[in-house]
Design a protein around this ligand. Structure first.
Ligand SMILES: *Cc1c(COP(=O)(O)O)cnc(C)c1O
Length: 358
C-alpha cells in the first residue's frame, strides 16, 4: 500500500471549463495556457483532454515541453509566451513548427540568424503598461517594418498582457494604449487572460489565452470559481495516518504553534510541504475530512500536517482528507495561506501520484 496522497485530475471538469471560455468568447479561438506543467496538472493529460474538446492552440514557456507536445502528435498551434532566448533555439522551433512571441529588439536581431528557408509565425508583444515584456510604442513601427522585410517572419499577431484585469483598475487604460500603438495595423490580435475573458468582452479579439479558469480556480479575489461556473480540475486527497488525543495545554508539531485549549483529537495527514502544501498555511486553514469541513492545526511539516477532528467522532486512521479541490476550493485554502490558487496548483510536487478521472 503506497503512501495515500493522490492528485485526481478531472478531465471532464477541464472540458467543462473550456466550455465556459467558449460561452464568454464565442468568436475567439482558444490558446490554452499550459505553462508550468499545465499549472501542475500534467501537460500531456491536459493537452489531450483539451484537444479532444477542440482547443485551437497551446501556450507555454518551456521549449522542451513545447517540443514534447509536437512529438506526441498534437497538431494545434503551439506558442512560446516568452519566445526564444538564443538564436540557437531557432532550428528546433522551425523543425517542430513552434510559434514564438517576439518581445524585444534583441529577439528581432537574433531572427537574422534563422536557418535558411525557415519561417516563424510571430506574436509581437507590446508593452502597454505591465512593464515586464514587450516592445514600447516608439519601437513598434520599426520592429514591424523589420519583421515584414525578414523572410523568416511568417504570420504576425499582435499581443499584449494585462496587469489589472482581475482588480478595480481594469483594462481600459491598457486597451487604449494597445489601440494607440497598433492603429492601422490590420493583424490578428490576442489580449485576454482568464480575468479579461470573464470580465471584458471587448478584449476577446482573435485569440484568448485562458489559464487559471481552465483549471477551475478563480482569477478574482472577490468572485468564487463556483460563481463563475468553473469546476475544480485537481483534487488533492490523502488520509489520516495517525490520531492523537491532546489534553489542555498540549501543543502540536514543530514550534508548538498550536496549543489545545480543551481535550482535542488531532488527525495526522500524509501531506506536507514536500507535496506542495503551503508551509505558511496557518492554524485554521480549511480542510475536508470525509464530508465535513475542519481546519489545520500546528505547523505544516515536510511530509505531514495535522487537522482538528474533535468534532468528527467517526474520523479514524484511514479517513479520507481533501486538501483542496472538489468540496474544498483551492482558492479558499490559498486565501487562508495568503496566496492565490495559481501558486498552490503549480507547486504540486512531482512525488504526488496523479490519476485521471472523467
Ligand atoms: C500565464 C499567462 C496567461 C494566462 O493567465 P491566467 O490568469 O492564468 O488566465 C495568459 N497570457 C500570458 C502571456 C501568460 O503569461
Amino acid at each position: 500500500m503506497p503512501r495515500p496522497i493522490t492528485a485526481t485530475i478531472d478531465s471532464a471538469a477541464l472540458r467543462h471549463n473550456l466550455g465556459v471560455v467558449r460561452r464568454h468568447a464565442p468568436q475567439s479561438r482558444v490558446l490554452a495556457v499550459v505553462k508550468a506543467n499545465a499549472y501542475g496538472h500534467g501537460i500531456m493529460r491536459v493537452a489531450r483532454a483539451l484537444a479532444d474538446a477542440g482547443v485551437e492552440g497551446f501556450a507555454l514557456l518551456e521549449l522542451d515541453a513545447a517540443i514534447a507536445l509536437r512529438v506526441a502528435g498534437f497538431t494545434q498551434r503551439i506558442v512560446l509566451l516568452e519566445g526564444f532566448f538564443d538564436a540557437a533555439e531557432l532550428p528546433l522551433l522551425a523543425t517542430h513548427r513552434i510559434d514564438t512571441v517576439i518581445h524585444s529588439a534583441e529577439q528581432i536581431a537574433m531572427l537574422q540568424h534563422a536557418p535558411e528557408g525557415a519561417k516563424f509565425n510571430l506574436l509581437i508583444k507590446l508593452n502597454t503598461g505591465m512593464n515586464r515584456l514587450g516592445l514600447r510604442e516608439a519601437e513598434f513601427a520599426g520592429a514591424l517594418k523589420a519583421l515584414r522585410a525578414n523572410p523568416a517572419a511568417g504570420e504576425l499577431t499582435l499581443m499584449t498582457h494585462f496587469a489589472n484585469s482581475d482588480d478595480a483598475r481594469g483594462v481600459a487604460w491598457q486597451t487604449a494604449a494597445f489601440e494607440q500603438i497598433t492603429q492601422g495595423a490590420t493583424l490578428p490580435r490576442t489580449l485576454a487572460n482568464s480575468a479579461a475573458i470573464l470580465r471584458y468582452p471587448e478584449t476577446h479579439a482573435d485569440w484568448v489565452r485562458p489559464g487559471i479558469m481552465l483549471y477551475g480556480a478563480t482569477p478574482f479575489a472577490d468572485v468564487s470559481a463556483a460563481q463563475l461556473d468553473l469546476r475544480p480540475v485537481m483534487t488533492l486527497t490523502s488520509r489520516i495516518i495517525a490520531v492523537q488525543q491532546l489534553k489542555p495545554g498540549d501543543t502540536v508539531g514543530y514550534g508548538g504553534l498550536y496549543t489545545a485549549q480543551r481535550d482535542t483529537r488531532i488527525g495526522v495527514v500524509a501531506c506536507g510541504y514536500a507535496d506542495g502544501y503551503p508551509r505558511h498555511a496557518p492554524n485554521g486553514t480549511p480542510v475536508r475530512v470525509g464530508d465535513v469541513m475542519t481546519t489545520t492545526v500546528g505547523r505544516v511539516s515536510m511530509d505531514m500536517l495535522c487537522v482538528d477532528i474533535t468534532a468528527l467522532r467517526d474520523a479514524q486512521v484511514g479517513a479520507s482528507v481533501t486538501l483542496w479541490g472538489a468540496g474544498n476550493p483551492v482558492d479558499d485554502v490559498a486565501a487562508a495561506a495568503g496566496t492565490v490558487g495559481y501558486e498552490l496548483l503549480c507547486a504540486l510536487a512531482q512525488r504526488v501520484p496523479a490519476v485521471e478521472r472523467g
